[in-house]
Design a binder for this molecule. Sequence first.
Ligand SMILES: [Zn+2]
Length: 293
Amino acid sequence: MGVKITRIMKLFYGILASFILLSGTMTNAEAQTYKIYVQQIPQMWKKTFDQVLPNAFQYWKQKNPDVSFELTKYPDPSDFVIEWSSQFDESKTGHYSSDTENYYDKPKFTVPLAYLKAGKLKTVSPEFATEIAKHNLGHAMGLSHSDDPKDIMYPQIENYESWMKVNTKVSPKNTTGDWKPKAEKLQAQLGKKIDASEAKFSALIPSINSTWTTNKASEAEMKKAQNIIFVGRKLVSDAESFKVDGDDLLSQAKYSDAYYKYLDSMNRIKSLDAKITEIKKMFNKAISLESPK
Ligand SMILES: [Zn+2]
């Protein structure tokens, strides 16, 4: 009899435990709403960039349906603030900061919409602004950086200059011609090129990561070189995935699309070559700063 009661009790506690567990899970899955104050976007850029935030919000909602974003009328009730900027440099103005020592008394991040180049103000592409917004929303939601160059939280996005260079769209120069041999030729070149540049790049990494610096000047150079390695990894990853996309298009007989995908991939690899040269220069400078003659 006693045994039987214990069994029933066990069963009861078991059900109770799973109920608590379940309700716990339900609490965790409760909708998380982020309240955001968005600085008014300058009138002249409204049209170009009006989909940046809706697209960035949509991106995270698709990843996590329990997340939602609500815009507030004033900064005060918001969790964080999003600003737009008309200029940026290597100082990472876009980066999310939880520091509230600012005009709004709120954590904030900035989406750069334009930058100065040779004295002229140029707008960034809406795609770039959207990538920045997505990445920093991730930070605002508590995510840290990812090691995966395909992940939106990969830190490369902070290197605006490089991102801008590699993401300039190539517009088709002509719409006639026989695309099939053109695409196939580029495909063959690309295979070899990616392998060669990637090998050169990979060979550089161990020396950058294992060299010990003993003074500030040389350390600064090494840091720069290390930052460019992040960019390089992203370029390799993009080049490879565009090549795969190109192969896929080629197999579907979409020859001109394949050609331009391959061209995109080739541009990434050429950018990688430029980065390799930069890294080497910085590395050599760091070494010379280590042992001044
Ligand atoms: Zn970041």
